[in-house]
Design a binder for this molecule. Structure first.
Ligand SMILES: [Mg+2]
Length: 346
């Protein structure tokens, strides 16, 4: 599991060496042993729970080499897992990366080096050691990356999606629709855009990600602050889009939700789209990796947490047979909202 050099072909050994040489050798308190033995050894902080999440990043499904630079793929592979930890208020402990490269990409290290640039810049920003993984030659012409992230949260305090209560108010971080808007622009160009240079190398933190699709910013500091300050009743990250992730939260918590379209924070990238595309990007555009959370109406939610703006976007209610699980109001008209769709309420 930990990049042990088995007697494999030279290509794979070189691949492992390249990853190993690039991974940080600085000491991390939770990591007792990193890359180099059969297993990594981790020691979570005392009185903490261990949280684990895994995410596949598959070429053709989650990214496309025509418009995702190697650095963007590396960044996004890690960002997806970090966002899941952020959603539960966890602090990352270590990342494990399994990578399958087609022969062409393995022979020439340019793609791998770019991938590691993006991956390790984000890992360093959030102080996450790359502690192991595996490599293999891909049996197809597709790149496959699998990330496993371990994190910790104070015992019994991790935020969940299943604990929203009727009467709670609904909030989100940052802005929505930016990733969908950027993807629709860059996929039209059919080549990596100029924004594909990694903004993390120059800009360390901004209120909104400068490149929300290519380099999304997982909201780890916000999630940890929401947990620490006991501000929320439930939390989920917006990976699949507001309509889909809100449905997950409502189903898990057995509640319904009402949104107000005018309150949804539109990312400036999406402001350039026509109105119908804006609404689609806001409600159904995935991969913004913002946090969606609920709080008791008696809790004062600050305008920003960890320098990220927070917006109230709706409310949580008791489920009713006659009412849809999710609805949205615009211009005094109410619509039933479905995951990835909506229809007029009669
Ligand atoms: Mg998630």
């Amino acid at each position: 599991v930990a990049y042990v050099p088995h007697p494999r072909n030279l290509g794979e050994l070189q691949l492992i060496d390249r990853i190993r040489n690039r991974a940080s050798s600085k000491p991390f308190s939770a990591l007792r042993l990193g890359i180099g033995d059969d297993c990594a050894i981790l020691k979570p902080p005392p009185h903490h729970d261990l949280l684990v999440t895994t995410d596949f990043s598959l070429e053709g499904r989650h990214f496309n080499r025509n418009w995702n630079s190697p650095a963007s793929v590396g960044h996004r592979t890690l960002a997806r897992g970090l966002s899941d930890l952020a959603a539960m208020g966890a602090t990352p402990l270590a990342a494990f990366l399994s990578l399958a490269l087609p022969k062409s990409a393995a022979r020439n290290s340019t793609w791998l080096d770019g991938f590691l640039d993006g991956f390790l810049a984000l890992a360093n920003l959030h102080n996450v050691p790359l502690a192991g993984g595996d490599t293999s030659e891909s049996p197809s012409n597709h790149i496959l990356a699998d990330i496993i992230l371990l994190g910790s949260a104070p015992a019994n305090r991790a935020l969940r999606r299943s604990t929203a209560k009727p009467g709670d108010l609904l909030y989100c971080t940052g802005a929505l629709g930016g990733a969908a808007a950027e993807l629709s622009t860059s996929s039209k160009k059919r080549k990596p855009s100029s924004a594909a240079s990694n903004p993390l190398l120059s800009i360390h933190y901004s209120l909104l990600p400068a490149s929300p699709h290519l380099f999304p910013q997982p909201r780890l500091a916000v999630g940890a602050a929401l947990l620490r300050r006991r501000l929320v009743t439930a939390c989920i990250d917006l990976s699949d889009g507001l309509s889909t992730d809100l449905a997950h939260l409502c189903t898990a918590s057995n509640v319904r939700a009402e949104l107000d379209l005018a309150q949804l924070p539109l990312h400036p990238f999406a402001a350039a789209l026509d109105e119908a595309a804006q609404i689609t990007a806001l409600l159904h555009g995935g991969e913004d990796y913002e946090l969606l959370f609920t709080a008791s109406p008696s809790t004062k939610i600050p305008r920003s947490v960890a320098n990220v703006p927070i917006t109230r976007i709706g409310r949580i209610l008791k489920p009713q047979k006659s009412k849809p699980q999710m609805s949205i109001t615009t211009d005094n008209t109410r619509f039933e909202l479905h995951p990835q769709g909506w229809e007029h309420l009669t």
